[in-house]
Design a protein around this ligand. Structure first.
Ligand code: 8DG
Ligand code: CA
Ligand code: CA
Length: 322
């Protein structure tokens, strides 16, 4: 491992620690520093001079990197390592444990979990027998509960993407749309929590795609509220037809002129989005998933990711480094 990667790994432990401590400011500071190191042109850091003036690396983080260069480790990192909790499935029979377990079902927050508890329900299996107590989203979330806890391997998403593209080509025509799998997959992660599909088309609507994928037995459930379908975003459960592994899929459909902003937003990471939006704000603009806007609300004519980022005077950061 290059020493830059080792430094990044160390700073990442601090970012995770501060996330756990709900200290958003410190967490963001470490995430920003990691981003800067990631785009730094070298893998080998031999002098503090190479990093101390980088964006997002202030006095405190410079001192930590200096400490690493001198001693090969960072005291604070060694200190917090044992304090980092690994997430585990809540268990036990206490009220607290059962409420925590209920809250792992999509669409269940404190109030719902409390309600199930008050109905005398003590396990997911007992809850499965009481669909009368749940919303449509919760029933579906519980039905696919075990699969939804698993992350989706990158190779699997790759095949799923090829399959969807082929079906869209046959149904609507190769030139009728642009589709990208965004989210953590586009950032190059080896597995993802769900599949985030972004589409733009002048030929078909979101409803037509979701109906089509449902007919093809790719989408098996809709997690939205019936009668309140959004024209822009679908959330549901999907799988490869014939396969027995189900996962969460979001589909977002945006007009062509919103593609760049939508792609930035839907690719993430959340931290990267927050930082870029903050940069836009400092310069007097608003950036959201629909575009870059001036104070008066007119859209700036920048339509691709690169155009938006360069208009804001920021360096280009490829998705894998966001
Ligand atoms: P994962 O599914 O592998 O866990 O990670 P992800 O792909 O990065 O997260 P996601 O929850 O599927 O969200 C996709 C992108 O949407 C995310 O990378 C950044 C963007 N996004 C925000 N804010 C929010 C938010 O509040 N909720 C959600 N769901 N997405 C958000 O910028
Ligand atoms: Ca995702
Ligand atoms: Ca998602």
């Amino acid at each position: 491992m290059s020493n830059k990667q080792d430094i990044i790994n160390n700073l990442n432990i601090l970012a995770i620690y501060y996330k756990q401590e709900r200290d958003g400011i410190r967490r963001m500071a470490y995430e920003n520093a990691i981003r800067s190191l990631n785009i730094l042109d070298t893998d080998n850091i031999t002098s503090i001079k190479q990093v101390k003036d980088l964006k997002g690396i202030g006095k405190n983080i410079t001192a930590k990197i200096q400490e690493y260069l001198e001693t090969g480790q960072i005291r604070k990192v060694e200190e917090v390592k044992p304090l980092i909790k690994t997430p585990k499935k809540p268990e036990g029979t206490s009220k607290e444990g059962i409420i925590a377990l209920f809250k792992t079902i999509p669409g269940v927050g404190d109030a719902w979990a409390e309600k199930f508890w008050n109905e005398g329900i003590k396990s997911l299996n007992e809850l499965k027998k009481r669909p009368d107590l749940m919303t449509h989203q919760q029933i579906i979330g519980l039905k696919y509960y075990d699969d939804l806890q698993k992350r989706i391997p990158r190779d699997y998403i790759y095949i799923f993407e090829l399959m969807c593209r082929h079906l869209l080509n046959v149904e609507f025509g190769r030139d009728s749309y642009t589709m990208v799998i965004a989210g953590s997959y586009r950032r190059g992660l080896l597995d993802s929590g769900d599949i985030d599909m972004l589409i733009t088309s002048k030929v078909f609507t979101l409803r037509q795609v979701t109906d089509f994928f449902t007919r093809k037995n790719i989408i098996v459930a809709n997690l939205g509220t019936e009668g309140k379908e959004s024209k822009e975003k679908f959330m549901g459960i999907a799988h490869c037809p014939g396969g027995d592994f189900f996962f969460h899929m979001d589909i977002v459909m945006l007009p062509q002129e919103e593609w760049g902003a939508g792609l930035l937003w839907f690719t993430g990471s959340k931290g990267f989005n927050v930082q870029l939006r903050y940069t836009a704000k400092k310069k007097g603009y608003t950036l959201n998933q629909h575009g870059l806007f001036s104070k008066s609300g007119t859209q700036i004519p920048v339509f691709t990711e690169k155009e938006i980022v360069s208009y804001l005077g920021e360096p280009w950061i490829p998705p894998e480094k966001r």
